[in-house]
Design a protein around this ligand. Structure first.
Ligand SMILES: [Zn+2]
Length: 336
């Protein structure tokens, strides 16, 4: 079987002609396999969706019960036939429920990583390497300049700031799915056991993480009822970055803006966003993780998508691995 009969880039996303399905389609299709719940990968309106139970639950939380026609859940490692093609889901270590999808037929196996990372994250199952002929890797941080530091050390900066500026409200920007729960869990792992206040848009997803056994400690709504700014003096408030441009942020006492994102490695980005305390915490592979993963898997071929495709393609070629960029459009990860 030729690789492009098993998977090929198409306008709606990665398409499997042999099984007539898409992986993470960006527009409504009859049959979709979804790697994880971030909005650029998991969209509403498909006929049938196959995903992990967590991803299906997260899609329902975000889009409502009627987000697709029919749904089927895939356990990690379970082999499922779709129109004569065998598919299986494997942990990607990106966010709760995130999966790589292996697609195989006639002795050819292609693994689509979706978004993934190798670093420790107690809020989701750890990435598992899946041997394959062709590995499709994301490349969000696919430049040698990207090295993500130890997330606990980054969180230590927030703890230090809380001690230094006890009168200020610390507002931590973090995307609502995955990053905010990871930030809260990291705070707990650094010994912070005071209540953490959350923006209303995080509540359902935080509740869902807790229901799946991820302890986030004492969470309370960040609502100022009596309009007294001093209520939140000394507090940590977690919210989506979009909320910080809002009137919502101005109700806090001398707010100190932090932002947890892999992009905080880029000083310019932190500056432009008015971020006083950048925290480099990413749910994607950095450059060493990308290249080590490719070395470890040693596939016959690498396809690169989502981000800095050319640099990683070039690295593969120099390492003697055939590689090509997929140029898929429509992916701007909300959970970097
Ligand atoms: Zn993602």
């Amino acid at each position: 079987m030729k690789p492009d009969q098993l998977l090929r880039p198409a306008p709606a996303g990665l398409y499997c002609p042999a099984g007539d399905f898409y992986i993470d389609p960006v527009r409504p299709v009859a049959r979709a396999l979804v790697t994880h719940g971030h909005s650029d990968h998991a969209r509403a309106g498909h006929g049938a969706v196959l995903a992990t139970q967590e991803t299906l639950d997260i899609m329902e939380i975000r889009y409502g019960a009627d987000f697709c026609g029919t749904r089927q859940s895939a356990a990690f490692g379970e082999r499922i036939e779709v129109n004569g093609v065998t598919v299986s889901f494997h942990p990607a270590g990106h966010v709760l429920g995130s999966a790589q999808i292996a697609v195989e037929k006639a002795g050819l196996r292609i693994v689509a990583s979706g978004d993934y990372k190798r670093g420790v994250d107690p809020t989701c199952a750890a990435y598992e390497p899946v041997p394959c002929d062709i590995f499709i890797t994301e490349a969000t941080f696919g430049l040698p300049v990207f090295h993500h530091p130890d997330p606990k050390a980054e969180m230590g900066k927030l703890i230090t700031s809380l001690r230094q500026f006890p009168e200020r409200s610390h507002l931590v920007g973090a995307y609502s799915l995955g990053k905010s729960q990871r930030v809260i869990r990291l705070l707990r792992d650094c010994g912070y056991d005071a209540p953490v206040y959350i923006h209303g848009s995080l509540a359902k997803l935080c509740d869902y993480y807790v229901s799946r056994g991820i302890d986030l400690g004492d969470l309370r709504p960040a609502t100022v009822e009596k309009g007294d700014k001093t209520d939140f003096r000394d507090a940590v408030i977690v919210g989506p970055p979009s909320a910080f441009a809002d009137r919502w942020a101005r109700r806090f006492n001398e707010p100190l803006i932090a932002f947890a994102s892999g992009w905080m490695m880029v000083r310019q980005r932190a500056k432009q966003g008015g971020v006083e305390l950048p925290l480099v915490i990413s749910d994607h592979c950095d450059w060493p993780e990308l290249t080590e993963t490719i070395r470890e898997l040693a596939p016959q071929e690498v396809w690169v998508t989502h981000g800095r495709e050319e640099a990683l393609v070039r690295w593969c070629e120099l390492a003697g691995l055939p590689a090509r960029p997929l140029h898929l459009v429509g992916y701007e990860d909300e959970g970097d």
